[in-house]
Design a protein. Structure first.
Length: 271
């Protein structure tokens, strides 16, 4: 019969088709499993520092300091430095609370020009991240963003003994009364007094000997506080250099000091 001879000839292609379907299904499922098996571990998000305004607003009690930061536009300077590569060592901010401002003699701040207010605020900011445990290794005077640290200018000395950290400006003796914020690029400490810089409030120093004409020329080209604020990169570099104690001898040349600075920065970053 025609039917009996036709049946086997139709089943052969069907078996082949089934086999092909099975093979392709197996291949597809194997393929689908591959990405899942080799999926990379989720990347850890880099911690982004908050704005200084967000940090101080959240902490409360810093409204006067925040007003000063904003009126001098130092708040955006700080935020830009936190974002930029120039402050790779991070920033330390000494924030006086409102009661430290109200303890000042009336008129203490009103007498300042805008440029002086900027210097006052910059005096509360250091271009490196100083963890609490490292104040005892800071070399005095500490360089703030206000600039020059020689007597009569903007020296800031820090002495530490465990959790007790004292700050002296030559005009006031203050102390660190707590940590407001710690991030990987920014640390904010509460200080119990407004850090009044010597240059603005200190006793006048006996006049320096009259400068020679050559020195006068040099003086003209000097970088003022405003220019220093516009060039945080240079400032940050100087500050981190100053933080590493200079060693005599060839081994501790520029490269050595730089290497130590990088190592220290890396260690802080990890912690
Ligand atoms: C900090 O100042 C206080 C009070 O003036 C003093 O008793 C303490 O010994 C000082 N500590 C350091 C580490 O300088
Ligand atoms: C800061 O410390 C340096 C070095 O120890 C010292 O010469 C200077 O008088 C101190 N200045 C102030 C304002 O305490
Ligand atoms: C700050 O402390 C030093 C040493 O402890 C002391 O000699 C100086 O008079 C103090 N200055 C002020 C303004 O209290």
């Amino acid at each position: 019969m025609a039917m009996q001879t036709q049946t086997p000839s139709m089943s052969t292609p069907m078996i082949l088709l089934l086999a092909l379907l099975c093979l392709s299904a197996a291949a597809r499922s194997a393929h689908a499993q591959t990405p899942a098996a080799t999926a990379p571990a989720p990347a850890t998000a880099a911690a982004t520092p908050k704005t200084i305004k967000a940090v101080l607003t959240k902490a409360g009690q810093f409204t006067k300091f925040l007003q000063l930061l904003q009126s001098t536009q130092e708040d955006s300077q700080i935020d830009n430095q936190l974002k930029g590569k120039s402050s790779s060592g991070g920033l330390t901010v000494f924030a006086p609370p409102d009661n430290a401002f109200s303890a000042l003699k009336s008129g203490t701040l009103n007498a300042l020009s805008d440029a002086q207010k900027t210097s006052l605020v910059q005096f509360h900011v250091v271009s490196q991240l100083i963890p609490m445990a490292q104040f005892d290794t800071a070399s005095n005077p500490l360089r703030t963003q206000a600039g020059e640290t020689r007597p009569g200018k903007y020296p800031l000395n820090v002495t530490a003994d465990g959790q007790q950290v004292n700050i002296s400006t030559g005009v006031v003796n203050a102390s660190v009364s707590g940590t407001v914020y710690t991030g990987d690029r920014l640390v904010v400490y509460q200080v119990d007094k407004v850090l009044l810089p010597w240059a603005l409030y200190g006793p006048a120093l006996p006049p320096a000997p009259a400068p020679s004409p050559v020195e006068k020329e040099k003086e003209k080209g000097k970088v003022g506080p405003k220019a220093a604020a516009d060039a945080p990169a240079a400032d940050a570099a100087t500050a981190s250099e100053a933080a590493v104690p200079a060693r005599p001898g060839g081994v501790w040349g520029q490269g050595g000091v730089f290497g130590v600075a990088v190592a220290v920065a890396a260690a802080w970053f990890v912690v």
